[in-house]
Design a binder for this molecule. Structure first.
Ligand SMILES: Nc1ncnc2c1ncn2[C@@H]1O[C@H](COP(=O)(O)OP(=O)(O)O)[C@@H](O)[C@H]1O
Ligand SMILES: [Mg+2]
Length: 315
């Protein structure tokens, strides 16, 4: 089980990166992928990124995110087909290798984050002009899709539906299917979260093409891809114009900002206590969303993954 004690004991047992001798290797911000025989083995490391920078590693983070995303893929697979084929290790998923569409489908049920900043500055949000008078963190009349480009590096840029279609980045029928899938996923996610005492504020989905079939790829409804608030405190905080109670990686972001770090210059040294708290938040997210607890082992992460990949014939 994940407790303060087990996190502390495993502060040194984290996975920073992998370098396995199979397939074509791709290193993302958080995950290492190996592509071979039409499949993509995606290893969630324990890296944590914020401000588009890798900051440190956190014990159990790779497992927590992988298992949470697998939970959601199971819950949504009847409504939206996904690329998940296999989960050979707690930190590893195997997907069908897809041609990923270069647009992130961001869905928002509330006005927060960059959408709030754009709105407050009088700008349209990915081409959507919301009516005047909406307050920060207000629930929108209905979920909106605010796509952004999947930039090769650095910050993602918002883009409008019209631009995507007129530049023919994605064909209209495929894009419409992406919209339908994104809203369907968001509806399932919001309903489930609501029953678990949470609000799914906003999230992003990636879609890919598998021989003409559209699949949701990557991960869904994890704290790395989504913003969650506690439901019971929402209205009161909103009425008072205060910050919401978040359940996500904004904890570390907020700590960094309190140290004056906004993404530029050297990353401040992150104390153990702050790391432990950050893991507890990820674990809390897992438990609150799934209603279950994640079992963990003390085996060195890299050794465990290698053993499981061998056992399942990937290496
Ligand atoms: N089924 C899939 N087929 C092809 N690519 C995928 C699939 N699932 C996820 N990916 C890609 O794998 C990478 C996952 O690693 P991540 O750490 O999120 O990297 P990034 O920094 O590029 O977001 C992403 O680039 C994502 O688009
Ligand atoms: Mg990613």
């Amino acid at each position: 089980m994940i407790t303060k004690g087990s996190i502390r004991q495993n502060l040194g047992n984290t996975l920073l990166k992998t370098d396995f001798p199979f397939g074509k290797r791709y290193q993302g911000k958080v995950r290492d992928s190996y592509i071979a025989s039409g499949k993509r083995v995606i290893i969630a490391t324990d890296r944590i990124s914020a401000f588009d920078k890798v900051l440190t590693t956190l014990p159990f983070k790779g497992q927590l995110l992988t298992q949470l995303s697998a939970f959601w893929f199971g819950k949504t697979m009847n409504a939206v087909p996904n690329a998940l084929l296999d989960t050979p290790d707690p930190s590893v998923v195997v997907h069908k290798e897809c041609r990923v569409h270069p647009i992130e489908m961001v869905v928002r049920g509330y006005l927060a984050g960059s959408a709030w900043r754009d709105y407050a500055a009088g700008k349209a949000i990915s081409g959507i002009a919301l009516p005047p008078g909406i307050r920060k963190y207000q629930k929108l009349a209905g979920p909106i899709i605010t796509p952004s480009t999947k930039a090769a590096s650095g910050h993602d840029l918002s883009i409008s539906r019209e631009e995507i279609l007129s530049m023919n980045i994605i064909t209209k029928p495929v894009y419409e299917q992406m919209e339908q899938y994104a809203l369907a996923l968001f509806a399932i996610g919001s309903d489930w979260c609501s029953r678990q005492g949470l609000i799914l504020v906003d999230t992003k989905y990636e879609f890919g093409d598998d021989n003409g079939k559209l699949l949701v790829v990557d991960e869904i409804h994890t704290p790395d891809s989504s913003r969650f608030w506690y439901k019971d405190t929402y209205q009161k905080l909103f009425d008072k114009g205060e910050e919401q109670r978040p359940l996500d990686k904004e904890y570390l972001r907020a700590w960094l900002i309190s140290k004056g770090f906004m993404g530029d210059g050297p990353v401040p040294v992150i104390p153990d206590e702050v790391k432990i708290e950050a893991v507890l938040r990820y674990n809390k997210a897992y438990e609150q969303i799934t209603g279950g607890k994640l079992g963990v082992s003390e085996e060195p992460v890299l050794q465990r993954i290698e053993r499981n990949l061998r056992k399942n014939g990937y290496i």
